[in-house]
Ligand binder design. Sequence first.
Ligand SMILES: Cc1cc2nc3c(=O)[nH]c(=O)nc-3n(C[C@H](O)[C@H](O)[C@H](O)COP(=O)(O)O)c2cc1C
Length: 165
Amino acid sequence: MKTGIFYGSTTGNTESAAQMLCAAISGSHATPIGDAEKADLEACDLLILGASTWGLGDLQDDWADSLTLLSSADLKGKTVALFGLGDQETYSGTFVDGIKELHDAALEAGATIVGKCSGDGYEFQDSAAFIDGRFLGLPLDEENQADLTEERIRIWVDQVLQEAK
Ligand SMILES: Cc1cc2nc3c(=O)[nH]c(=O)nc-3n(C[C@H](O)[C@H](O)[C@H](O)COP(=O)(O)O)c2cc1C
């Protein structure tokens, strides 16, 4: 299964998480979304898409510029898993909102979404990415829970690879 990790990162946190994911999934490649073309997305069977959230619930800039690249790609028959970096304490009302924008664009592209996560272990007021009691992807919080990132990624990768089979 050809796996591509595509990420947008402003201060490096999403990039670090993307590299950890890449190390955990043999044969995968991590690419900044600003460097990707539509054909790069369409060439993968499993796409792992990661973005941080900025402003008050805004998608990270590189992704904001590339969102139509994603939504207009032909991802029918492909699997997409999402992760997002955010700060649940300072931005408790818009925690990892960016995941929702990636989710909607991937759905529009025809992909099947896997890798939804429980909200257990997070403390936040609201998130556009928390629907029916689950996050649409994996939230990571380097400001408040950096010590949990490695373990969260390890467990989530197992889940995603299982669901993508
Ligand atoms: C000005 C500013 C606005 C932010 N807005 C949000 C937000 O609305 N929701 C959220 O969950 N995190 C927010 N964050 C936290 C970032 O998403 C977090 O620091 C993230 O790890 C950055 O990842 P990156 O370095 O890959 O861009 C904000 C951070 C800053 C400095």
